[in-house]
Design a protein around this ligand. Sequence first.
Ligand code: SAH
Length: 281
Amino acid sequence: MNQGRDKPRRFPLPLDKLQASPARDARAPAVSRELLRPQLHLQQAAKDAARQTPPSGLGLDSAGVRLRMVQRLRAEGLQDERVLDALSRVPRHEFVDSALAIQAYEDTSLPIGHEQTISKPSVVGRMIALLMAGASASQSGHLGRVLEIGTGCGYQAAVLALLGRRLSSIERLLPLHEKARSNLAGLRLSGVRLVYGDGRLGDPAMAPFDSIIAAAGGDDIPPAWLAQLAPGGRLVAPMQAPSGRGQVLVVIDHVQGLQGSQFVRSLQEAVLFVPLKSGVM
Ligand code: SAH
């Protein structure tokens, strides 16, 4: 309805009526001085909009947001600077659905489709720091030949690629294997081999490995992983807790002593990973 269309317009006032002379402006009460400067509201609206912009590059500053994530991880006890540096270099927001990008630098796991999740940055950092503390990696300062089971969206694979000499990463779900391939393509990482297959069998063609890491947990550690772990190498994986309740992080070192090869196992903290399944889909 257009009632009063022909009446003189009282509100909103035309802009020329709002241009008060300095003298009138000075006499006017504070509230009307405010009203005489409509651009103030525009400026405020622009500031509000800026605050709601996703905190990263996502816009312009994804490196800055990542750096703050790394500072938080350091403050929470992640000490390995090489791992922190690698985490600061991989754009996690590019590995998740754009609707979730705003949460990419929070310490939270996120869905990546097909009932799978990308691990929390603190868990990725913790597991890779454990790998870096293995005998081979401590000596060389890098992860060497790496096997990852559970490529998922490829985020952790990118972090591993920065810290190793070469990486085989296996995924059993074809759509995720393909998603990881496209996610990683733009990063131009060298020495990354993505395998579509059942990771419980490892990657015999590329064995042995100095570092093995799993992003899915089963009842026990598949024998193929131990068979493919080089002497001096370390494996870090979630596994069903011995109590049968929940999962626990397991570290296994391949130690070669006078009595031959030994696998030394230690249990770390409780964790929560998706199940390690058999076969491919
Ligand atoms: N590291 C991943 C996390 C993926 S979640 C990331 O950064 O995104 C764990 C993944 O393990 C899932 O994609 C799941 O499909 C996969 N997975 C489970 N069992 C597997 C198996 N036997 N072989 C290979 N991948 C497996």
